[in-house]
Design a protein around this ligand. Structure first.
Ligand code: OSB
Ligand code: MG
Length: 368
């Protein structure tokens, strides 16, 4: 496939409510969208990097720089490009997985649209509908938390994930269990807010029958997670620490996690995400699809990935209105506790021009 140009577009979208995690509070979502222009269809990529390097080392300005200076010129110099070739071609540039993932996603979307194949089919999806979990931010009070969780449960969400940090962990979990019972699927996400010295405290969560605790310790602390796993009964799931199929295999072998959160952006793209899925299936480790406040574009691809057979736990694939009043695409709507997997060519969704314009800060074409 010949690429004529690649557009880098910076967008900013208001959030329906502030989203607080152990690493900070988001009031709006600023991100990069990429459009790969081909003689046939255009392809769309969404970069999951956030404005500040607080969840990961990557951040919007840094991603834009590495895309402009290295990744896009190198890809354009290839001439004939396929989605499968993007990762190997860019491998020599260390790290920058979120930037690479966005580029690969856009190339893959263009390629699949031109071939009339959906993301879901291309990745090997089985299901046509996936259950939705929802990620609930840290709140100012327990009553406020219970109200928000109650609303998500009445919407039909299949699983609740509570963001936790020291000082906001056992109390919110206890309150949610007391109010909504032992049957709801419940898990927590610490985003690296604890240390091994907190092991005794984290063991108090064992009483609440959680599906998992996500990323309690530092992203580089694989050995610490393995140690913690011997001290608590709640299964450990890694998010930040898993950046490739080989780190996933290492974490599992070391006993650092029993469950893996797969976020395509964090691991360099949907193709590596599928390889992690395959490794985990082979080792009997359940996976689920993480989220990064995606627009309808990233959400469409995540829903397709979440439809693969190894995704046996509900993912952070919520409806568009969890984060946005207006999405850049037609909204994803919750039906029977989940979302329908798009089956049109490529992502199966396309930005609405007016919406795109409304949210765009800057847009520039980089020519071949
Ligand atoms: O750790 O899973 C995380 C959002 C931004 C950064 C990191 C995380 C999250 C979420 C929200 O938990 C997931 C979503 O998009 O629903
Ligand atoms: Mg997480």
């Amino acid at each position: 496939m010949k690429i004529e140009a690649i557009e880098i577009r910076r967008v900013k979208m208001p959030l329906v409510a502030p989203f607080r995690t152990s690493f900070g509070t988001q009031h709006e979502r600023e991100m990069l969208l990429l459009r790969v222009r081909t003689p046939g269809a255009d392809g769309w990529g969404e970069c999951v990097a956030m404005s500040d390097p607080l969840y990961s080392s990557e951040y919007v300005d840094g991603v834009e720089d590495v895309l402009r200076r290295f990744l896009i010129p190198d890809l354009l110099a290839m001439g004939d490009v396929t989605a499968n070739a993007v990762g190997p071609r860019l491998h020599k540039y260390k790290g920058h997985r979120m930037a690479k993932a966005a580029l690969e996603m856009a190339v893959m979307d263009a390629e699949l649209r031109n071939q009339n194949i959906s993301f879901a089919n291309s990745l090997g999806a089985l299901r046509t509908h996936v259950p939705s979990g929802v990620s609930v931010g840290i709140m100012d009070s327990l009553p406020e938390l219970l109200e928000v969780v109650g609303k998500y449960l009445s919407d039909g969400y299949a699983r609740i994930k509570l963001k936790i940090e020291p000082g906001w962990d056992t109390a919110p979990v206890r309150a949610v269990r007391e109010k909504f019972g032992d049957d709801i699927l419940l898990q927590v996400d610490a985003n690296t807010a604890y240390t091994l010295r907190d092991a005794h405290h984290l063991a108090k969560l064992d009483a609440f029958d959680l599906l998992l605790i996500e990323q309690p310790l530092d992203e580089e602390d694989m050995v610490g997670h393995a140690e913690l796993a011997r001290k608590i009964r709640t299964p450990i799931c890694l998010d930040e620490s898993i950046v490739s199929a080989s780190t996933a295999a290492a974490a599992i072998k070391l006993g650092a996690c029993e469950i893996v959160n797969i976020k395509p952006g964090r691991v360099g793209g949907y193709l590596e995400a599928r390889r992690i899925h395959d490794v985990c299936v082979a080792l009997g480790v359940p996976v689920w699809c993480g989220g990064m406040l995606e627009t309808g574009l990233g959400r469409a691809a995540n829903v397709a990935l979440a439809a693969l057979p190894g995704f046996t736990l509900p993912g952070d694939v919520s409806a568009s209105d969890r984060f946005y009043i207006e999405d850049v695409t037609e909204p994803f709507i919750l039906e029977n506790g989940g979302l329908t997997v798009p089956n049109g060519p490529g992502l199966g969704v396309t930005p609405l021009e007016d919406r795109l314009k409304e949210f765009t800060l800057t847009a520039e074409n980089i020519g071949a």
